[in-house]
Design a protein around this ligand. Structure first.
Ligand SMILES: Cc1cc2nc3c(=O)[nH]c(=O)nc-3n(C[C@H](O)[C@H](O)[C@H](O)COP(=O)(O)OP(=O)(O)OC[C@H]3O[C@@H](n4cnc5c(N)ncnc54)[C@H](O)[C@@H]3O)c2cc1C
Length: 480
């Protein structure tokens, strides 16, 4: 048991999952034209865990002698934190950060909950052992997880009061000797249709009131669980070739709203139950949120490096890389890459033991990265649009290089430093980053996937040690 091969991951998706897209139920995710290539890409990444050039970086041998993914390693030293960071960066570099939901993201949170499992014993029922069993199950079987944290809102008034609508939010409807029964909806499971399991964890802003007891829980179940339905957005994989759509043909990680219709969850899969206070503290006190930020910062570094490379390649195509103003514009993107690198390094090098005896990267630098990136990424996309301009539209397709207009295409799409075919390939990539449906969704993802920006920012403000700085102000004023 341990790391799987990609073929096993793909065959695991061929179950009774209830996935809907484009007005129809999907018979087989691995055959669906809008989802299968994303799943196959992930399968290829899973296979890389076995390849000698990657294996040492992205896996380790656990205490039972099984080779498992590095993201499950419970860090006991700064060196372990650095090893985890190397593995996150390696995974992200396989897609240049364009496949955000590789399994290491959720594994990081699961690892943290397992390492801090005593926290789950603080509720009315001790669910610590359930978490350990689940961690072992996911690690030993190399399962791919998605998660859903957010209840749909029907009204701003209700949300403002910290309440959920019983009409739409996921809630406990029954308790039995064997488990709980839940109904309602949750937003938004990225990779849901292409995952093995879903973690249904608490939203972080549950008001600790009796009214919210039915909404306060955490559990995990297979995607194919009876009564669970995934309703997908439109696909951005439109069946184009890798040349025509270099990103959307490879990295379509589907987003889905998840509906639960009287879904039975056995007690052994429940981790928190009817405890809003515990739910609210869970991600912070287990440090799951910090370990997730670590995976995210490593991924954003890979992504930003790629976009810097793209901007430089675009500038070189026409010789604009000699122009002072262009250099200055691209330098801004370079600063972003170097900022994320510095945050990551600083955080890893200042890793420390937490209250559970687990090492954790220092929160402040990677929390800064997490708060800045939703502003950086749209800016990077804007830079590509401004540099690309009409070239982002002057994009004949691969077939045009082999049909009766090929002479025109070969002639009129060249630039000073690139033959037509290379120029079109480059700008099709820039188009997929900055203009296509895939590119727009990436931008929305970066803005929101870690939660609303104002909530992350307010949390950052609360944790920031402001007193020393206020003292500096007071010191000066006291000298007046
Ligand atoms: C591409 C994508 C993938 C995602 N993947 C996942 C996933 O895998 N799992 C998951 O659980 N979630 C996922 N999310 C959901 C994400 O967590 C939410 O989008 C995010 O928490 C915001 O919630 P919301 O979408 O309900 O927006 P809302 O809360 O409705 O917010 C809408 C806008 O109003 C603003 N706003 C809301 N309340 C206030 C306030 N009190 N004061 C000021 N402004 C306010 C917000 O900042 C935002 O700009 C994903 C989202 C996207 C876009």
């Amino acid at each position: 048991m341990g790391i799987r091969i990609g073929a096993d991951y793909l065959s695991g998706l061929q179950d009774d999952r209830d996935v809907w897209i484009d007005g129809k139920r999907v018979a087989d995710v691995t055959q669906h034209p809008g989802m299968c290539r994303g799943a196959k890409t992930l399968a290829g990444f899973i296979d890389r865990q076995h390849q000698p050039e990657y294996q040492e970086k992205v896996t380790y041998v656990d205490d039972d002698g099984d080779r498992v993914a590095m993201s499950f390693l419970i860090p006991k030293s700064k060196e372990d934190i650095v090893k985890r960071g190397v593995a996150f960066y390696e995974w992200a570099s396989w897609s240049n950060g364009m496949f955000g939901r590789t399994a290491d993201y959720k594994n990081s949170s699961l690892m943290a909950f397992a390492a801090a499992n005593r926290f789950l014993g603080e509720g009315q029922t001790d669910f610590a052992q359930n978490m350990m069993n689940y961690y072992d199950y996911v690690r030993k079987n190399d399962k791919v997880l998605t998660h859903t944290l957010v209840n749909p809102q029907i009204s701003w008034e209700l949300a403002k009061e910290g309440k959920y609508s019983t009409k739409v939010a996921l809630q406990i409807v029954k308790e039995t000797d064997g488990g709980i029964v839940v109904s309602g909806a949750r937003l938004l499971a990225t990779l849901g249709p292409q995952a093995d399991e879903i973690e249904v964890f608490p939203s972080t802003l549950l008001k600790a009131s009796d009214e919210n007891l039915p909404f306060a829980f955490a559990f995990a179940m297979p995607i194919s669980t009876p009564g669970m339905r995934l309703i997908c957005r439109d696909t951005y994989d439109l069946g184009k070739s890798n040349f025509d759509a270099p990103l959307s043909s490879r990295y379509e990680e589907m987003d889905s709203v998840v509906i639960f219709d009287n879904v039975f969850v056995p007690w052994e899969r429940v981790f928190m139950y009817r405890d809003p206070g515990l739910c609210n503290r869970a991600f912070a006190e287990t440090n799951a949120v910090v370990h997730m930020m670590h995976q995210v910062a490593a991924g954003k570094l890979a992504k930003t490096e790629f976009l810097v490379g793209l901007l430089c390649a675009m500038a070189k195509a026409t010789g604009r890389d000699k122009d002072m103003a262009t250099k200055g514009q691209i330098a801004e993107a370079m600063w972003m890459a170097e900022s994320v690198r510095a945050f990551l390094y600083s955080s890893e090098q200042q890793a420390h033991a937490d209250q559970w005896g687990t090492f954790v990267p220092l929160r402040r630098p990677i929390d800064t990265s997490r708060n800045l990136y939703p502003k950086m990424y749209p800016k990077l996309v804007e830079m590509i649009q401004l540099m690309g301009a009409s070239s982002l539209m002057a994009t004949p397709c691969e077939a045009d290089f082999g049909n009766e207009i090929s002479e025109d295409v070969e002639q009129y799409f060249q630039t000073a430093n690139l033959a037509s075919r290379d120029r079109v390939a480059l700008y099709r990539l820039a188009h997929d980053v900055s203009v296509s449906g895939f590119g727009s969704r990436q931008c929305l993802y970066e803005r929101f996937f870690f939660g609303p920006q104002f909530i992350m920012a307010a949390g950052y403000y609360e944790l920031y040690n402001k007193d020393d700085m206020i003292d500096k102000v007071n010191n000066l004023l006291s000298q007046n």
